[in-house]
Design a protein around this ligand. Structure first.
Ligand SMILES: Nc1nc2c(ncn2[C@@H]2O[C@H](COP(=O)(O)OP(=O)(O)OP(=O)(O)O)[C@@H](O)[C@H]2O)c(=O)[nH]1
Ligand SMILES: [Mg+2]
Length: 414
């Protein structure tokens, strides 16, 4: 009851000012952008159209024995599985390390042969970190036989992480052979398998809107079934959809966009700081967590905010990686003399701590009565505001630095 009353009070106080604030932000957003962005899009489109190739990294993923290495050999027309060029194939757990293989004719397609999921060296709970799941553009999720619990888990993880992937059902030749013993025709078997997968997808909430495409293949007979269709899909569709993703990155990167986002973020800072400390204050009325725990909480909060600023201003790891691919511009190379980069602040506790120390932070104990606590919180709110602004400034600086360099590179290439 006391908690509800306190929260209602805080929300009512915030409501009025937040309403005015959001009105302001929305109005400003409409006023800026549009034409400038359109011009940027046309320019980027022109540059990217002249590209011969955009490298696509395709992870071939699935349980051990599902046919990942065999698929990689088949797609590269490597038929002698004992040759040095072949990805090693076997009936027991075979692939132990991640290996990249280029498509023989389309060098921009690079397939990664991954170890099987849920094996002693690659247990399920560490698998996605071990294979560096964020390093790939596309996933082919290979499975044999019925959909297993691990297949479902992998599919769920890929959906949650918003990865693009296709279902590839291998060893179709084997299924047809097996079913022929029960007098089932090839067509009936294929129908049954498709139906089984379709039912699974329909029942799965993660796939309700955009179910991934399904391909039924045999690695031993790539001239039959959906093998050629899958190959074509990778050659044509995948690079073009990556190209669209890159265009989106560049669009987000126009100077107008950077300035608009910076203005919006700076305007939000007082509310972010106030809201955070009101929540702390509210929590402190009922708990006492101690100064050190509180310092950690503040740092964690600042880290989360920094990640959000980085991603909104296009200087996060994913966006900088995309820019590197588009025009070879590397953010770290542009600021080798700076020790407080957004990437370092986000990844190193020491750098963040130094940054806060330099900003003369003072953490106050909270064993004071409620009204006294309010007085104590004021300097902290001001401090948080200052730090958040500084973090935004760092990200804006980096975004503008990147923007200048990218424009330079694009002009040079004209
Ligand atoms: N009949 C048939 N057998 C296949 C097919 N694909 C793979 N195999 C066989 O399945 C076994 C396992 O194939 P691999 O390609 O080594 O499987 P993997 O997924 O790479 O396994 P790990 O490396 O252990 O993760 C081998 O004996 C292959 O010959 C297929 O489409 N049809
Ligand atoms: Mg293998």
């Amino acid at each position: 009851m006391v908690e509800d009353l306190a929260m209602t009070f805080l929300l009512l106080t915030l409501q009025n000012s937040l309403g005015k604030f959001f009105h302001l932000v929305t109005r400003d957003k409409d006023k800026l952008s549009k034409e400038d962005l359109e011009a940027a899009r046309a320019e980027i489109d022109k540059k990217l159209n002249s590209w011969k190739c955009i490298q696509m990294t395709i992870a071939v993923i699935g349980e051990s024995g599902s046919g990942k290495s065999s698929f990689i050999n088949a797609v590269r027309n490597v038929w002698d599985e004992t040759s040095a060029a072949a990805a090693k194939v076997g009936v027991k757990e075979t692939t132990k390390t991640i290996t990249a293989y280029s498509h023989p004719r389309h060098k921009n397609l690079v397939y990664y042969d991954l170890p099987g999921v849920n094996t002693p060296s690659y247990p399920k709970n560490t698998y996605l970190d071990q294979i560096k799941v964020d390093d790939y553009d596309y996933f082919l999720l290979l499975s044999e036989g019925r959909f297993s619990e691990i297949d479902c888990w992998l599919a769920d993880e890929l959906v949650t992480r918003k990865k693009v992937f296709y279902f590839v059902r291998t060893k179709i030749d084997q299924d047809i052979r097996n079913n022929s013993r029960q007098k089932m025709s090839r067509v009936e078997t294929l129908q049954e398998i498709r139906e089984d997968l379709r039912k699974y997808l329909e029942a799965h909430p993660g796939f309700a809107n955009t179910p991934p495409e399904i391909f039924l293949i045999s690695n031993h007979n790539p001239f039959d079934f959906d093998f050629a269709k899958l190959n074509q899909k990778m050659i044509h569709d995948a690079p073009s959809s990556k190209r669209n993703a890159l265009i989106a990155t560049m669009e987000a990167f126009s100077l107008t966009n950077i300035q608009r986002k910076a203005m919006k973020l700076r305007g939000e800072v007082p509310f972010m700081a106030l809201y955070y400390h009101l929540c702390r204050f509210y929590k402190d009325m009922f708990t006492f967590s101690g100064c050190e725990a509180d310092q950690e909480n503040v740092k964690q909060y600042l880290r989360e905010k920094l990640e959000s600023f980085r991603s909104q201003l296009g200087v996060d790891d994913k966006s900088t990686k995309a820019l590197k691919e588009i025009c070879g511009v590397v953010l770290e190379d542009l600021q080798t003399d700076r020790c407080e980069t957004s990437a370092l602040l986000a990844s190193s506790d020491e750098v963040l701590q130094n940054f806060l120390d330099l900003s003369k932070v003072t953490y106050y104990a909270k064993a004071v009565p409620v009204l006294g606590a309010l007085m104590v919180y004021m300097p902290e709110i001001l401090f948080t505001k200052r730090i958040l602004r500084k973090l935004i400034d760092i990200c804006v600086y980096e975004a503008e630095l990147l923007h200048r360099k990218v424009s330079e590179v694009l002009t040079e290439n004209d």
